[in-house]
Design a protein. Structure first.
Length: 176
């Protein structure tokens, strides 16, 4: 009869051990989930801090104040209205016209037509677009690749930057 009590006691001990293992497992899973959520939240906070622009030339466009050269559209995007920026630009036989600068969800996109105005074919070219404020201070540079064009041929330029430069007054184009 003593043997039956020992067997019964072993079963209870094994059940307690099994219950303890399950509780410890649940606690470990909960700690891992909390750690992952904290890491994601911390990473998001760091990304938000990294996107803060401390350059006084562009800080107005990011805070939504004094945006002299933008119009906010119904979808919340911002369209540049500067006549200087929209004026046709030329560099090395390429004419940049029909220019539009728009910011949506923190990404500024420059769209423009590029035409080869020379009488010969132009090779593929890397160009640099330098945005400036009203005082001529550089805001940022963008690089863009213009495909090879035959004489008189046009293409569309589409380049973006992951910051709000929609309030730029003008830009210059140069080749690398």
């Amino acid at each position: 009869m003593g043997e039956n009590k020992r067997v019964s006691g072993n079963k209870q001990g094994k059940k307690k051990n099994k219950d303890l293992v399950i509780v410890i497992g649940v606690i470990i899973v909960a700690v891992i989930i909390i750690a992952i959520l904290a890491a994601i939240r911390n990473n998001k906070a760091n990304n938000d801090q990294n996107n803060v622009n401390t350059n006084p030339a562009t800080s107005n466009s990011q805070t939504g104040t004094n945006e002299e050269f933008t119009q906010t559209l119904s979808d919340g995007s911002k369209l540049n209205t500067s006549t200087a920026l929209s004026a046709t630009k030329s560099v090395d036989g390429l004419q940049v016209s029909n220019i539009q600068l728009k910011t949506e969800n923190g990404i500024t996109t420059l769209l423009a037509d590029v035409e080869n105005t020379t009488s010969s074919d132009t090779p593929e070219k890397m160009i640099t677009i330098t945005f400036v404020d009203k005082d001529g201070n550089k805001i940022t540079d963008l690089s863009a690749l213009v495909q090879a064009l035959k004489a008189g041929e046009s293409t569309q330029l589409n380049t973006s930057v992951t910051s709000d430069v929609s309030n730029a007054y003008d830009f210059t184009v140069s080749t690398k």
